[in-house]
Design a protein around this ligand. Structure first.
Ligand SMILES: C[S@@+](CC[C@H](N)C(=O)[O-])C[C@H]1O[C@@H](n2cnc3c(N)ncnc32)[C@H](O)[C@@H]1O
Length: 187
């Protein structure tokens, strides 16, 4: 409940970048993490826009032996997540700078096999969204997974990320509002 209020507070002051009024459900978090699939030992998972960490906790539980990097723009969310999940490398910064963040952490981008995004890509400025998609594309190797959630499927028909093949979308009704999990595979 404390997280819901913290999220709501940020949504009120920074609606465009927060992109939702309450955190995602545990059910959506499970569906997102399931789309990561099987990872090779030593693979790194990147999460973009973790907010209060509902996807982060699910990823940490499902992949206890893999390195997790979370990139969050909002200072309050980043600080709280760092305190709660010390095993996750929480970077306070913009997702569009992903290759630089990885370099600073000493992570070879070739080790990143999955990017899980809680970013409100459709409500961010178009140019920023395009730079974020390019950063994800430049980071993932062929076969790498990019998992995005969205509340609206239609805009993604004209906003297909270049360099990826879309896999089957899954709807998660138990979320406010109901959401879709969009998995993409790097070509
Ligand atoms: C819709 S919320 C999702 C939070 C969480 N993943 C969830 O599902 O409950 C979007 C999150 O993305 C963060 N965000 C927005 N733009 C960002 C950017 N350019 N780089 C990193 N994080 C960003 C926001 O601060 C917010 O925490």
């Amino acid at each position: 409940m404390r997280e819901t209020f913290a999220f709501l507070g940020q949504a009120v002051t920074r609606f465009r970048s927060t992109g939702a009024v309450v955190p995602s459900s545990r059910r959506l978090a499970r569906a997102m993490a399931a789309e990561v699939g099987d990872l090779a030992p030593g693979a790194v998972i990147v999460e973009l826009g973790p907010g209060t960490g509902v996807f982060t906790r699910e990823l940490a539980q499902r992949f206890p032996d893999h390195r997790l990097v979370a990139v969050e723009f909002n200072h309050q969310f980043a600080a709280a997540l760092r305190a709660q999940l010390p095993r996750v490398a929480v970077v306070e910064g913009c997702a569009s700078q992903l290759p630089d963040h990885l370099r600073r952490l000493g992570i070879d981008p070739g080790r990143v096999q999955a990017v899980v995004s809680g970013l409100p890509l459709l409500s961010l400025p178009r140019e920023l969204g395009d730079r974020i998609l390019a950063a994800i594309r430049d980071t993932l190797p062929i076969g790498g997974r990019y998992v995005q959630f969205t509340y609206a499927k239609a805009p993604w028909r004209t906003r297909r990320p270049g360099g990826f093949t879309a896999a089957r979308a899954r709807r998660v009704w138990v979320n406010f509002p109901p959401a879709l999990v969009l998995p993409f595979v790097r070509d």
